[in-house]
Design a protein around this ligand. Structure first.
Ligand SMILES: *Cc1c(COP(=O)(O)O)cnc(C)c1O
Length: 411
């Protein structure tokens, strides 16, 4: 069977042992360290199989039934499946599943709704806004006039009063809600109300919580936002990529903003893998998974607080939490370095008062089958490394033993 041969790791090993070793090295790294990054997860083998399938060879510019290339009959079936599953999963009238990444999805959403020079209101970058929310080093900051709302420096919660005042003052064309490190549910109804008051579009960048939405563990932005942008590779556990959800009245503008305005040929293997992931996310098992992710994050937050770290907003509603290691006498960047050396892989992020903190997530650990006992253990290991730098070597051993007890890809 030629198809199974293309999926065979032995083929790569024989042809290119050097690269095969690199891939094996990464699998080993992922299996012997703990992935506490809030943005990562382990896809299923079914998703990996779709990614490694011959659909990777197919050029398919355009949309199902209206392609610029021949031979797209099968590709069309794959994309229609992905679209139908996405609209059903999130209760959306329309889904575009071609965005190559979360950033590409946001770019297309802006292209669909805005003109260069328009004013946009988004969470400021120092408070957890994404690069695409107005960074001067990103197209967004260069082409639009971004105004940043913030979070309350004490509570860490979105300052909805400030949002309303800024919206009334600046009359933005669009308001963006969504963050790379906000641990609480977002009040989409309130954002909608503010957007309506000033006649702005509401764009929800739900890159992080969309997987929880799929599992019923976080509020759905679809009924409130004009356009919802998302990634498919975070909690949602699909392939690396993006997606846009909207109502039928904006469907054509969104589709044209993706292709031909900002992208060329669709990545059909990724779209097939998205279809697989949407199928998985519609199961009761995934809903259970999403609930466990949130419980694990709460338990981890409580255990870290008990170890003396300061937890932004006092906890979490989601898969992620933000911890300030300062009470243990170490800043965020130093902390990340020490923790990475101990096999506790995570990211830094902005803290409400300006310093760098640690961003932790439980999506990957939960996929591996870890639960509350392991969260408590990880909190103790993590705090131990931060209190006593030289302990990192000993901790590395314990982290590896813990990780190897929960292999992400058992065989
Ligand atoms: C992850 C993320 C993105 C970007 O996703 P990429 O696939 O890395 O481009 C955009 N917005 C938010 C809020 C994110 O968290």
């Amino acid at each position: 069977m030629p198809v199974t041969q293309t999926l065979d790791a032995d083929v790569l090993r024989r042809q290119d042992p050097e690269l095969a070793d690199v891939l094996l090295g990464e699998l080993t790294r992922q299996s012997t360290t703990l992935q506490l990054s809030a943005a990562e997860n382990f896809t299923s083998r079914a998703v990996l199989t779709a990614l490694g399938s011959p659909l990777a060879n197919k050029y398919a510019e355009g949309y199902p039934g209206a392609r610029h290339h021949g031979g797209c009959e099968i590709a069309d079936v794959a994309e229609r499946l992905a679209v139908d599953r996405a609209t059903a999963l999130f209760g959306a009238e329309h889904a575009n599943v071609q965005s190559h990444s979360g950033s590409s999805a946001v770019l297309a959403a802006y292209a669909a709704l805005l003109r260069p020079g328009d004013t946009v209101l988004a969470l400021g970058l120092p408070y957890g806004g994404h690069l695409t929310h107005g960074s001067p080093s990103n197209f967004s900051g260069r082409w639009f006039d971004f105004i940043g709302y913030g979070v309350d420096t004490e509570s860490g919660l979105i300052d909805y009063d400030q949002l309303r005042v800024l919206a009334r003052t600046h009359r933005p064309k669009a308001i963006v809600c969504g963050s790379i490190c906000y641990p609480r549910h977002i009040d989409y109804a309130l954002f909608r109300e503010v957007a309506d008051e000033v006649g702005a579009y509401l764009i929800a960048d739900a890159a992080h919580p969309i997987g929880l939405v799929a599992g019923g563990a976080a509020p759905n932005p679809v009924p409130y936002a004009d356009v919802v942008c998302a990634t498919t590779h975070k909690v949602l556990r699909g392939p690396r990529g993006g997606m846009i959800l909207c109502g039928s009245e904006l469907a054509q503008r969104v589709d044209r903003a993706v292709f031909p305005f900002t992208q060329g040929g669709a990545q059909m293997h990724t779209i097939a893998a998205k279809a697989v992931a949407f199928g998985e996310a519609a199961t009761p098992a995934f809903a259970e998974y999403a609930q466990r992710v949130v419980v694990n994050a709460r338990v981890l937050a409580e255990a870290l607080a008990a170890e003396g770290l300061s937890i932004t907003t006092g906890g979490t509603d989601t898969h992620l939490l933000v911890a300030d290691p300062a009470p243990l006498g170490v800043d965020g960047r130093t902390a990340r370095g020490r923790l990475n050396a101990a096999g506790l892989v995570l990211d830094t992020c902005a803290l409400p008062h300006g310093d760098r903190g640690l961003r932790l997530g439980t999506a990957a650990l939960t996929t591996q089958g870890m639960g509350e006992t392991e969260m408590a253990r990880i909190a103790v290991l993590l705090a131990g490394v931060l209190r006593d730098g030289p302990a990192a070597q000993q901790a590395r051993q314990e982290v590896q033993e813990l990780a190897e007890g929960f292999p992400p890809y058992p065989d």
